[in-house]
Design a protein around this ligand. Structure first.
Ligand code: DX5
Ligand code: ZN
Length: 220
């Protein structure tokens, strides 16, 4: 299966958001990744409820909402989550991660659990029947433009093997953090399904976006 691309919209300058959305539509980009940060779970604030609803109204590309907030189960109703959207909550962000994932499923959305770089893949064990996939952070969450934590590549490979050994090979692996031209081939070889494209690929180049997307697709 060819990989799918989820550009990280927090990397789009405010005055170019609609330009990027139109370009992504034209290039049949699969998802728009929207990073929500609360200043508690991560040391930064990004993309609020109004932004998410407004982005949704601009396009039919499904949103991939990445919640980097404490106790996400108490905030899910704020985002008007739609069936078919992808929503990820961090394993580390709540003692009630299962409840949060169940709430996402009940809205008809795809439930993804995100793991920080140091969180072991074994944390997924009792969640497997109730999730659609896992988001592996290959940087510490909170900021775009960081360097890859190299052991993140091994973690993608370990996660792929872990899922397959347990009969969950159809769960998706999404990778988020420094998905750069240099790192994409390694991430692809390790078993990535969805790539969060940030400052080091689609939002970084002086080259036309069509060319960057074609280059991206040739690597995944
Ligand atoms: C990091 C965010 C990422 C980020 C990716 O906390 O979740 O989505 O925007 O940007 P790059 O690719 O620059 O790491
Ligand atoms: Zn993200």
């Amino acid at each position: 299966m060819a990989g799918k691309i989820a550009p990280s919209m927090m990397c789009a300058p405010l005055d170019r958001i609609s330009y990027y959305v139109k370009e992504f539509e034209k290039n049949q980009i699969e998802f728009l990744h929207a990073d929500v940060m609360d200043g508690h779970f991560v040391p930064n604030m990004m993309l609020g409820t109004a932004y998410i609803c407004s982005l949704r109204s601009m396009t039919d590309i499904p949103l991939d909402i990445h919640l980097m907030v404490e106790n996400p189960e108490t905030k899910l109703d704020w985002f008007d989550i739609q069936p078919g959207e992808y929503v990820s909550v961090h394993y580390e962000s709540t003692p009630h991660v299962h409840r949060a994932l169940q709430t996402i499923k009940n809205k008809g959305a795809k439930a993804m659990v995100a793991l920080n770089p140091a969180t072991p893949v074994e944390s997924l064990k009792y969640l497997l029947p109730d999730i659609d996939g896992v988001v592996l952070m290959t940087v510490n969450p909170g900021f775009a433009g960081q360097k890859l934590i190299p052991q993140g590549i091994d973690k993608i490979r370990d996660t792929r093997a872990y899922l397959e050994e347990r009969g969950y090979g159809d769960l998706l692996i999404e990778v988020d953090g420094n998905v750069s031209w240099e790192n994409i081939p390694k991430m692809a070889a390790a078993g990535t399904d969805i790539y969060v494209a940030g400052t080091s690929s689609l939002f970084n180049d002086k080259v036309p976006l069509d060319e960057s997307v074609a280059r991206f697709r040739s690597l995944i």
